[in-house]
Ligand binder design. Structure first.
Ligand code: ADP
Ligand code: ZN
Length: 817
């Protein structure tokens, strides 16, 4: 500590208090406060939680400065470099500082503001045992730390008593915080007796107390403290057996902190590093050299599916840990399958912590503590694991780096890749971005030499990439096939069913986007200016097509503008409909459907995959969640129902997404002995994203797409930031968006490296009954525009709230929704 004042970020949700506040430091607490310490502070009439982000010698109003009340943890939850990172997050993504701090911590950490009841005066009446008043008093004496909320929820009948006693001054309401999740403790038993004491003790116990003698002997022989519940299970003893032993002091009972280990009941066989192929060896060496260099670096590991990237990750991490540094391995949430975790647990055992959304809050908190206390050197996790509080990071790996799930959709709306690069500079660490289909940005930075690129263009076992067949659905229609399965796909499925092999059917569907396509010629309605596919809207009986970038609108055409046919339809098929159709066409085949509806349960995702793996069904039907990370030896056919559903999202990244998805899906087939086949159905088979994906030609796709992005001023040449104004009242939402657009235009007028796309209805134009309007800003460099952006945003945020709505911002938006 230096300086008599602590600068504290308080946990208050309001942009107007988004700055550090000064507090005095009582001498009793002086030794316990550091940068990153969590404290309790007075804030107006309340007591709130906060984090110390610095110290200072002066304060604006010394006479008004209040002292800190309490230090909440023995060890500060945040390290100084994480406090600095929080600063970066709030600067870069324009979130409040409090939200940035919260993003760094496990969810259970957050303490809640709450109310406690204290007995201030004895009540006047005399209350008989069993009466509510009597019971309430008992409870207040016995559990003074129960909150008012807890008491009332456990005993709603006490509510009136509490109310009148508070009014009469019998009870006082105290405002404080209740800690979120606590470390878990469990009861342990041991015996302090020596050899001779044991003999004496056994003699002392009555000969009829057989159980007691057994229990005591058992504990003595164990020679260490054992979990009480295990002891009971082993010896058949109970609390009744235990009590006399405790009373005599023969056995000691204590509470100890234990970790909730989500993988405690699993045994992992140790796996040994595989001898690397020359390509893997080259990649691994490059990464190790970068880690050793002691300078921040980024490497793109571009390896086709099945090229053995995971083994490279494992060995590079092992080398990093051997040097005494730590490693973070990020995996997209849906790819964080039990198999993936298993690979890490098998190689590194207890040295790995695992963080993903399916863990309970308590489990997450304990995994986080193992990281914070230096008990592990490796973490495998989804996006937020990038904030792991390690002391000295050497390596951060982001697998499938192009995945959209690496962008957080809540404030701070960070991109894991950018956070990794920031932390790399702090720790002089290496970032590895792994993918078969890198994001255009990453590949571009490699092209520019800013990122080092390593390729692994072949599969480990030399298996061929599967044959991809693209079926023209327009021809199917012309030859009279109106079903959603082409002849090729249908025959393919039949063959597999006969041979007892398995099939994956893939449907890429993003609920909201409904594009318009002519089923005869493949024409797709697009914006004249942006080339973005138009989105179908139906409001007040009027069928309209709108551009979600610039706001352009036109009427839904009755006939196709290209072929004059009358097969123009708006499009979007759900998994459920495909499933129904499958049952009709293949009545004997078992189908497992995986989509958001069937995988909402805690383990349902893993359970469904396990059932498929065990051959319970021959067909797996699903959305993007089945596109990656799965490895099924018996799958020999992969079908894509309609390539266009991702191609015609109103998104300039649609071609990139389609290419990535098709490549990834194709990678699912033929990874093992059996050769694989892929059938992709499309109304636009000649589209470059489909053609290049067919032959898995990433580099050609990249070159084509880069030119396209360049001509339309899109990433990587410009960065996009989108503002969304939301309100139940359409005019109010529109008003705020227009005002914002005005402010931005005035502030940025005359800059030739900035483009403002005017107010337009968001692709999700109405969500939960609220209207949404977007303003999108494109710029070459963030720094010079960050101030005008911040000012405009802050200026209108309050306005939006006054009108009963809100305004959000997404810096470096990956998707405009
Ligand atoms: P990717 O992640 O690049 O798609 P994987 O890491 O899944 O590829 O590897 C594909 C398969 O090759 C896996 O079954 C893996 O166990 C195997 N494999 C990887 N490296 C080697 C190696 N050096 N020798 C033998 N098999 C390997
Ligand atoms: Zn447009």
């Amino acid at each position: 500590m230096n300086g008599p004042y602590a600068e504290v970020i308080v946990e208050v949700k309001s942009a107007s208090v988004d700055r550090p506040f000064h507090y005095g430091i009582p001498s009793l607490l002086a030794e316990r406060v550091h940068v990153g310490t969590r404290v309790l502070v007075p804030f107006g009439p309340r007591r709130v939680e906060g984090y110390i982000v610095g110290f200072s010698d002066t304060t604006d109003a010394p006479e008004k400065t209040k002292p800190l009340l309490e230090v909440l943890d023995d060890e500060p939850p945040l390290t100084p470099d994480l406090v600095e990172l929080a600063g970066f997050l709030s600067e870069r993504y324009l979130s409040t500082k409090a939200a940035a701090v919260q993003a760094l911590l496990p969810s259970g950490m957050r303490a809640k503001a709450t109310t406690f009841l204290r007995i201030q005066n004895q009540p006047e009446g005399v209350y008989l045992p069993g009466s509510w008043e009597y019971e309430l008093l008992q409870e207040l004496y016995q559990s003074p730390n129960k909150t008012k909320e807890q008491l009332v929820s456990e005993h709603p009948e006490w509510r009136p008593v509490i109310r009148s006693w508070v009014e009469e001054g019998v009870l006082q309401e105290l405002h404080g915080v209740k800690h979120g999740i606590q470390a878990k403790t469990m009861t342990f038993l041991s015996t302090p007796l020596t050899d001779s004491e044991l003999q004496a003790a056994l003699d002392e116990l009555s000969s009829r107390a057989k159980k007691q003698r057994e229990l005591l002997t058992f504990l003595f022989e164990a020679g260490e403290a054992l979990l009480m519940k295990d002891v009971f299970a082993e010896t058949g003893a109970s609390s009744a057996t235990l009590k006399p032993l405790l009373d005599k002091g023969f056995v000691v009972k204590e509470e100890r902190e234990v970790n909730r280990d989500p993988y405690a009941d699993k045994q992992f066989e140790k796996s040994e590093p595989l001898p690397l192929t020359p390509m893997q060896d080259n990649a691994c060496r490059t990464i190790k050299n970068a880690v050793d260099s002691g300078a921040a670096q980024t490497i793109l590991l571009q390896g086709v599916t099945g090229s053995g990237k995971t083994e490279v990750y494992l060995q590079a991490i092992a080398a990093c840990v051997a040097q005494g540094r730590q490693a973070i391995m990020l995996v997209p949430e849906i790819a964080l399958t039990p198999q993936m975790v298993e690979q890490f647990k098998k190689r590194f055992g207890d040295e790995v912590a695992v963080l993903h959304s399916r863990l309970s809050t308590g489990e997450k908190y304990d995994e986080w503590r193992r990281i914070r206390h230096g008990e592990v050197n490796i973490v495998v996790g989804a996006r937020s694991a990038i904030f792991a509080p390690f002391r000295s990071i050497g390596l951060m790996i982001i697998d499938e780096e192009h995945e959209t799930s690496y962008k957080q959709d809540d404030h701070p709306k960070y991109l894991a890749r950018e956070v990794a690069m920031y932390r790399a500079r702090q720790h002089k660490a290496t970032v590895v971005l792994g993918s078969a289909t890198p994001s255009l940005e990453t590949r571009w930075w490699a092209h520019q030499g800013i990122v080092q690129r390593v390729e692994m263009p072949e599969r480990v076992r030399g298996q061929k990439l599967p044959k991809v067949r693209v079926v023209d659905m327009r021809h199917e229609l012309q030859s009279g096939n109106r079903s959603m399965f082409s002849v090729a796909l249908k025959t393919g499925i039949e063959e597999r069913l006969e041979r007892g092999e398995q099939i994956i059917l893939f449907l890429n569907r993003r609920g909201f986007a409904t594009f318009v396509l002519c089923r005869s010629c493949g024409y797709v309605a697009r914006c004249r200016d942006c080339e973005i596919p138009l989105t179908y809207h139906k409001a007040r009986g009027l069928e309209q097509l709108r551009c979600h970038y610039c706001g352009y609108a036109e009427r839904m055409p009755e006939t196709c503008p290209d072929c004059q046919g009358d097969h123009v339809r708006h499009f979007g098929t759900g998994t459920q409909r495909v499933e129904e159709e499958l049952h009709k066409v293949f009545p004997d085949a078992g189908v497992i459907r995986m989509d958001v509806d069937t995988t909402s349960g805690k383990d349902s995702h893993a359970v469904l995959l396990q059932r498929f793996r065990q051959g319970e069904a021959q067909i797996l039907l699903g959305t993007q969640m089945i596109a990656k990370g799965l490895d099924f030896p018996n799958v020999t056919l992969v079908g894509v129902i309609s390539a266009e559903t991702s191609l015609y999202l109103p998104d300039f990244r649609a071609a990139e997404r389609t290419f990535q998805l098709l490549t990834q899906v194709a990678g699912r087939a033929g990874r093992h002995e059996l050769p694989g086949e892929v059938v992709v159905q499309s109304y636009n088979p000649q589209h470059y994203a489909i053609q290049f994906a067919k032959n898995q030609e990433y580099e050609k796709f990249f070159e084509h797409e880069v030119r396209h992005r360049y001509s339309l001023n899109n990433p990587p040449f410009y960065e996009l930031t989108s503002f969304t104004s939301v309100n139940e009242d359409e005019m109010k939402a529109l008003h705020i968006a227009r005002a914002l657009e005005d402010l931005l235009r005035r502030a940025l007028d005359g800059r030739d490296d900035v483009i403002i796309l005017g107010t337009s209805p968001a692709p999700l134009a109405r969500l939960q009954g609220k209207y949404r309007f977007n303003v999108v800003l494109k710029y070459k460099k963030f720094k010079p525009v960050s101030r005008p952006i911040r000012e405009a945003y802050h200026a209108l945020q309050g306005e939006a709230q006054k009108l009963g709505g809100y305004l959000t911002i997404d810096v470096n938006a990956q998707m405009i929704l």
